[in-house]
Design a protein around this ligand. Structure first.
Ligand SMILES: [Mg+2]
Length: 97
């Protein structure tokens, strides 16, 4: 089935990939919490290394989605820069890896 009732391909190209990559990042974080050394019983590559690569996948998916759907704007860019500034000022917390 092509298309859907929520969105059209013309307006939301790449949303499936964006969702997939965001999900992969969340899945790896979910695995890292119980295996903080990154060595998962599945025996695959270290979870930290996999997370790094999935973050790049997500970054590419976000970029593609923003570019293809023409979502860039001066206001959005200003908000992005302000968020980065705040994150640096706040010194975000984390979990022990
Ligand atoms: Mg991926």
């Amino acid at each position: 089935m092509k298309g859907g009732w929520i969105m059209t391909e013309e307006k939301w190209m790449g949303i499936g990939k964006l969702t997939e990559e965001a999900g992969e990042v969340l899945q790896l974080i979910g695995k890292l919490i119980p295996f903080p050394d990154g060595e998962h019983p599945d025996g695959k590559e270290n979870l930290r290394d996999r997370l790094t690569m999935e973050l790049y996948d997500l970054r590419a998916a976000i970029h593609y989605f923003m570019e293809t759907n023409q979502l860039w704007s001066e206001e959005g860019e200003a908000n992005y820069q302000e968020k980065l500034r705040k994150f640096n000022d706040w010194g975000l917390t984390g979990i022990k890896p």
